[in-house]
Design a protein around this ligand. Structure first.
Ligand code: M6R
Length: 447
């Protein structure tokens, strides 16, 4: 089974997965960028499409390759070589019962290894209830699975061996328990998640050695500035860190959305550390930005991430794992607060090395130690928040305002409201209200 937001055409049944062409059925995560040209070629050859999706184009291409006498795996290989863009796919053919062919590039895909059964999934969390043994595919890999076998090859068709990992996820971590939905569960997991992120990294005298890895010492000492890139919520966490690092460590920080970074040229002052932030470690724009950063002359790369086996973590020089546990709700909650905890550690570590007054350093560390308790107190406000939400439920718009590090928090608040309630929301630095948006404020506008 596969669910996916419609990236091509409206969200209706025809555009929902799986997509079928001839004898082939396919599910797909990702976006094919040259689909319009491929669709036109197939239409010129007489193919009739039933959806608006890029995915159906893949199904039709695979079916055409099967017509030419290729077997399913070869047909998938021939098809993915024609694609530009990102895909993780699983493909069935009516003529190849008992076989599933998968392929990935720019989107995650792994094989869950069972006994007399094998699985494909985008994430270990999706498979943890059926197996703990996972085989992660590399960029460009194609895999064929049956009940009893798994065969991987690279994009060139040559057989490839991929290591098997025993996942440490617990099945409890992906169960909803007493909560009404995962987002509520994850909101209430924040004190524990933040405490785990700080555990064995922050002591009474400050950030502990090797928090950023055994090789971090020289890099952090040589850091003269930071360039942070990320998307969505993770980008907002990066914006908060800019305020902290500039105030405490007095190092210049620029923060950029990953999809902008990769499509423009940047100026990289000497001694700049490249920092990528991501919950999943698989966000295509963030991963592409990390790869692009290699040719732009940074001091090194650091990834702050929640998924230990992800592509970003595998490819960065330094890593700091947030220990939020699986975040199943689409709207980030505990991932955001654990990213902030990780970024607070980074800010303090840089501040210590770059001249922050030792008494202030110790005081800030003590405040950070207290954070899980403070979050617990904030969570006690739930009944009052539910009551307030009742007052806002009929509103169409909302403005969030904040100054300093609270400005990115306002951005994150507006994002949450949009995603979860479909109420239009915008965020501004508090001082900007009078420079235009005030025009929207009337008795119906919550601010
Ligand atoms: O996994 P990542 O942190 O790289 O994901 C980036 C964004 O897609 C993500 O933060 C998104 O904005 C949030 N889930 C929204 O709540």
């Amino acid at each position: 089974a596969h669910t996916r937001w419609a990236t091509h055409g409206v969200p209706n049944e025809a555009n929902a997965h799986p997509h079928i062409a001839g004898r082939v059925a396919i599910v797909h995560n990702g976006i094919i960028e040259n689909h319009a040209r491929l669709r036109a070629e197939l239409q010129a050859g007489g193919h009739v499409f039933t959806s608006d999706t890029d995915t159906e184009v893949m199904a039709a291409l695979i079916d055409r390759h099967l017509d030419q006498g290729l077997d399913l795996r070869e047909a998938v290989l021939a098809t993915v070589r024609e694609l530009e863009g990102a895909y993780a796919i699983a493909v069935l053919s009516r003529d190849a019962p008992g076989r599933v062919v998968g392929a990935r590039r720019g989107a995650p895909l792994l094989v869950g290894l069972g006994i007399g059964e094998n699985f494909l999934g985008s994430d270990a969390q999706a498979l943890i209830q059926v197996t703990h043994r996972m085989l992660y595919l590399d960029e460009g890999d194609v895999v064929e699975i049956t009940r009893d076998s798994v065969q991987v090859c690279g994009l060139d068709g040559a057989p490839a061996a991929r290591a098997v990992h025993e996942s440490e996820l617990s099945t409890d971590a992906v169960e909803r328990g007493e909560y009404r939905h995962y987002m509520q569960k994850e909101i209430f997991e924040q004190p524990h998640a933040v405490a785990s992120t700080l555990e064995a990294r922050l002591g009474p005298h400050g950030v502990l050695p090797n928090t950023f890895g055994v090789d971090s010492d020289a890099l952090l000492q040589a850091t003269r500035g930071l360039h942070i890139i990320a998307c969505g919520t993770s980008y907002h966490a990066g914006l908060v860190a800019k305020y902290w690092i500039e105030e405490f460590a007095r190092l210049p920080v620029s923060v950029e959305v990953a999809s902008e970074y990769r499509y423009r040229e940047t100026v990289v002052p000497e001694g700049t550390l490249f920092v990528a932030i991501s919950q999943s470690g698989e966000t295509a724009d963030t991963l592409a930005a990390l790869r692009e950063s290699r040719r732009r002359g940074y001091l090194g790369t650091l990834v702050i991430c929640n998924s230990p086996e992800s592509s970003l973590v595998r490819e960065a020089d330094l890593k700091l794992m947030t220990r939020a546990g699986p975040e199943i709700g689409v709207a980030s909650t505990k991932a955001f607060t654990t990213q902030l905890a990780g970024l607070a550690l980074l800010s303090l570590e840089l501040a210590r090395r770059h001249g922050l007054d030792p008494d202030r350093y110790i005081a800030l560390c003590a405040e950070l130690q207290h954070l899980p308790r403070a979050i617990e107190d904030a969570l006690q406000l739930e009944p009052a928040i539910i009551e307030l939400a009742g007052e806002f439920i009929q509103r169409q718009h909302a403005l969030f305002l904040g100054r300093g590090a609270q400005y990115p928090v306002a951005l994150e608040g507006a994002l949450k409201l949009k995603e979860i309630s479909y109420i239009h929301a915008e965020a501004y630095p508090a001082g900007e209200l009078k420079h235009g948006p005030l025009a929207l404020v009337d008795e119906k506008m919550p601010v």
